[in-house]
Design a protein around this ligand. Structure first.
Ligand code: PEP
Ligand code: MN
Length: 344
């Protein structure tokens, strides 16, 4: 059962709901979104019904949600949500362009990549400081030093930063430097990590597991929401199929489908899906057309020298061309392309 608080509900109103639920032995999980707070109830539904929570001040609605994922479901929150990454919205009215290197390799490479992203009109900078690599012999990322370089890029470019966190114990560290946490495909069902990110205050980009069903993906988002954080952006990045010609198979159908199932924004990462530069631009264009709320693109000043995922990184000319396409297509589908934030 879920209690949807009105947009004008006060902290007192929310606490009153929690207290009532506790009186009958139930548990209440308060999840805060950009505009609304939702309280998920766990316990005896009959007892909750007797409480008549709907008449309490600040309560908009009390719902029995039929889906296994509740707080992130469209049933509880019919309007699509907007998630804010600092001042940059990701949601139904806009189209958000996230770009940057796969990995933070050193200062010079990351500064150059950040300037490429900004010059191309990106709204958010991506870059991994903790890299979950298939091979333990591959570059694993610079760790905290990489986070510092990303924070410096934010100072220089004004772009907020999204970066991956791969362990629950690093959430606090990454939160000190980042504007949005990324949980990668390999960790989509790392429940301790999901819960820790859910207890934090930063928005979370949750990538689809490489063999996850859409329902499993939404249940993973529910773990984050249940801990109090409704600021979740879903990222489709390709799933494993029988086809080895691309790195993964981009499931574009997931975008409009998830929009019918969940109020959370959905973005697309065509770079990790395709694994090949020449496919990234057409897939990114297709993402706009199917209604994605944004895309995330790998770029690199010298892709041939990249320590991670060079073959899928776009060059300066490619990313500039893509950006122009995205702007035009976004307008056709009724979305407002975002303008670059001011430099500090
Ligand atoms: C990434 O975005 O850098 C990444 C590792 O992606 P994924 O988790 O989708 O493989
Ligand atoms: Mn990568």
């Amino acid at each position: 059962m879920v209690v949807v608080m009105g947009t004008a509900a006060t902290e007192e109103d929310i606490q009153r709901v929690v207290d009532h639920v506790r009186v009958v032995g139930g548990e209440a999980f308060v999840s805060r979104g950009e505009h609304r707070t939702i309280v998920g109830l766990v316990g005896d539904i009959e007892a909750f019904q007797d409480l008549n929570l709907a008449v309490l001040p600040g309560v908009d609605d009390v719902l029995r949600v039929s889906r296994p994922y509740k707080l992130v479901s469209r049933e509880t929150h019919p309007e699509p949500s907007t998630v804010m990454v600092r001042d940059v919205p990701i949601g139904p009215d806009t189209f958000t362009f996230i770009a940057g290197p796969c990995a933070v390799e050193n200062e010079a490479q990351t500064f150059a990549a950040a300037e490429m992203a900004r010059a191309a009109g990106a709204n958010v900078l991506r870059g991994g400081a903790f890299k979950p690599r298939t091979s333990p012999y591959a570059f694993q990322g610079l760790g905290e030093q990489g986070l510092k370089i990303l924070a410096e890029c934010r100072e220089r470019t004004g772009l907020p930063v999204v970066t991956e966190v791969i362990e629950a114990r690093d959430v606090e560290l990454v939160t000190r430097y980042a504007d949005m946490l990324q949980i990668g495909t390999r960790n989509m069902q790392n429940f301790m990590l999901l819960k820790e990110a859910g207890r934090g205050h930063l928005p979370v980009m949750l990538k689809r597991g490489l063999a996850a069903t859409i329902e499993e993906w939404l249940m993973a988002a529910e773990y984050i929401a249940q801990q109090g954080n409704l600021q979740v952006v879903l990222c489709e990045r390709g799933i494993r199929s029988f086809e080895p010609a691309t790195r993964n198979t981009l499931d574009l159908s997931a975008v409009p489908l998830v929009h019918t199932m969940s109020h959370l924004p959905v973005i697309v990462d065509p770079s990790h899906a395709a694994g090949r530069r020449e496919l990234v631009v057409p897939l990114a264009r297709a993402a706009v057309a199917v209604g994605a709320d944004g895309v995330m693109i790998d770029l690199h000043p010298c892709p041939d020298e990249a320590l991670c995922d060079g073959p899928q990184a776009l060059t300066k000319d490619e990313v500039d061309g893509l950006s122009a396409d995205l702007g035009r297509l976004a307008e056709i589908v009724g979305r407002r392309p975002l303008t670059a934030p001011p430099r500090k």
